[in-house]
Every structure is written in C-alpha cells, then in structure tokens.
Unconditional design. Structure first.
Length: 272
C-alpha cells in the first residue's frame, strides 16, 4: 500500500541521508588456488559502518576478520559467483565504500577510491625506511595530487605534531622506535582525511605502554568523529570502541553497542 500523501511529502522533503562509510552486502569470499580446492572464508556477511562510528571486530584466529577488513577497504574483492552453482549470489555479494559500489570499479578506479577514502594501519607499519616521518605521511597526499609537496609536508608535520611526534618529523623512519613508527603509520593513514580508518591488529607488535598510547589515540579519533574499523585480539581495546562485532567461522555472530543493556545479538533494526 503506498504511504499517505502527508508521509510522502515528509519523505520528499527530508535531505538525502549520507550513505554509510562502508557497507558489506552479503559478502562471500572463497580463497584457494584452483576452483576445486577453494575454501569458503566469508559466508555472507552484511553490515554497515556509519559516519563517526568506532567499531572493533573480534573473533578467533582464522574466523575471517582480516579477510573482511581488506574487503571493506577495497584491498580485496568479494567472490561474486557461487562456485557450487556457478550463479551469482542472491542478493549480490558486494562492498560499497562511501556510497560507491566497488564491484563496478576497475582496478585503477578502486585504487584511487581507496587512496582517497580509506586509511590503513597494519600490525607492522610498512613505512619507507629511507624516508623521513613527514615524507612517509605526505606520500598518500602527493599520490592524490591535490597538494604541492611543500603543503603536503606541512600537513604531514601538523599530523605528526598531533600524535606527539613534532620533533621527529624530519627523522628517517628506520631511526624511530617501534611505537613511534606505528604512530607515523597512523598519521599516514589519516593523510587524506579518509572516510574510514581501517586497522588490523594495530597494537599487535607493540609493548604495553605503546599499545595504550595507540589505544588512546584511536579513542580520541573516534570521539572526534573519525569512522574506524579495527580488528584486534585485545578485548580491552575492543571494548573501548562504540560497537563490537564478533566473527566466527566466516560469519558475524555478534554486534554489540557500548552501553547496550544486552549484547551479542545483531542489531539490524536500528532506526535511521
Ligand atoms: N590466500 C588464502 N588461501 C586460502 N586460505 C586462506 C588464504 N588467506 C587466508 N586464508 C584462510 O582464511 C581463514 C581466515 O583468515 P583471516 O586471515 O581472515 O583470519 P583472521 O580472523 O584474521 O585470523 P587471525 O586472528 O589469526 O589474524 C583462515 O582459515 C586462513 O587460513
Ligand atoms: Mg587477521
């Protein structure tokens, strides 16, 4: 039955809602060299990450957390055709990043969307050793091509300053401590002011003090409205996020919001 005229008018007047920063639609992923030895890693994951949400993903080793994170950030693509039937999954398996359906994008367009809209932090920082901290942070900006080198380096120095590294901006990456290098990597992930920051075990290689520093930094970014998706084994860290997603055997089995009276049940009925 169509909505009454008054309701239609209200709908028409409402401003268009911003799309989620990331949306997984019935995401499947099979991995393996040959079709006959393919393993089903993700078994139909659907979720949305909204603007400003700080979300952690937990679950046992091998449950598919990293695989899902890479798919959410466009570093990998979902399997779209069911190997068992040879037919596309129904509903179609896909990922939208900041409202763009990545399944329709070619490699170059996907790489460009990723550089502009997603920031990545991994367990190991992957900085360019021979470059300074500021040069490492400036690289994604120079790749995007909106800033001149001088302005990119200035912005990089500002970001490093925010993370307590103002005096280390001109130091070569391989002359920084592990904790400092990881903070440089976080600054680099934020270089292009991404729609979403994606992190895979960002404290996995750090001692307790440096882990705490990174945890505080993420919390501060989250409080300032940066959307974050963080995979971690550290339940203390995970609980500091506003929402915690639990994975098991390639599926989402829990989706709790901080402060919710009961947890563990996927909340799919949230009002917009
Ligand atoms: N290229 C690949 N080919 C086949 N199987 C793979 C491949 N990459 C990952 N897998 C398998 O997929 C499953 C999920 O891997 P994934 O790395 O997503 O797990 P995870 O939850 O991140 O685990 P961990 O907590 O140990 O990092 C694992 O069983 C893994 O062995
Ligand atoms: Mg992993």
């Amino acid at each position: 039955m169509p909505p009454p005229a008054a309701a239609r008018a209200t709908l028409a007047a409402a401003p268009p809602a911003a799309p989620p920063v990331v949306r997984a639609r019935n995401v499947h992923r099979y991995l393996g060299a040959a079709a006959e030895v393919q393993t089903q890693i993700l078994k139909g994951v659907s979720l949305e990450i909204d603007r400003g949400e700080y979300v952690s993903i937990v679950g046992q080793s091998g449950s598919g957390k990293s695989t899902l994170l890479y798919l959410l950030g466009g570093l990998d693509r979902p399997t779209t055709v069911d190997p068992a039937t040879g037919l596309p999954f129904d509903p179609p398996s896909g990922v939208d990043i900041d409202g763009r359906d990545t399944t329709t994008l070619g490699e170059t367009a996907l790489a460009a969307l990723r550089n502009e809209r997603c920031g990545f932090v991994f367990q190991f920082h992957y900085l360019l050793k021979e470059f300074t901290a500021a040069e490492n942070v400036a690289l994604p900006m120079l790749k995007l091509g909106r800033l001149k080198r001088r302005d990119a380096l200035d912005r990089a120095a500002d970001l490093l300053g925010r993370f307590g590294l103002a005096d280390k901006a001109k130091r070569r990456a391989n002359r920084l401590s592990g904790g400092e290098q990881q903070r440089v990597a976080i600054a680099r992930a934020l270089a292009n002011d991404p729609a979403v920051l994606l992190a895979d075990e960002p404290t996995g290689n750090l001692d307790k003090a440096n882990s705490e520093r990174v945890a505080e930094l993420f919390q501060e970014l989250g409080a300032n409205g940066q959307a974050i998706v963080m995979v971690t084994h550290d339940t203390n860290l995970a609980r500091r996020a506003g929402r915690m997603i639990t994975m098991e055997d390639g599926r989402v089995v829990g989706d709790e919001r901080a402060g919710a009276a009961t947890g563990g049940v996927a909340d799919t009925t949230r009002a917009p």
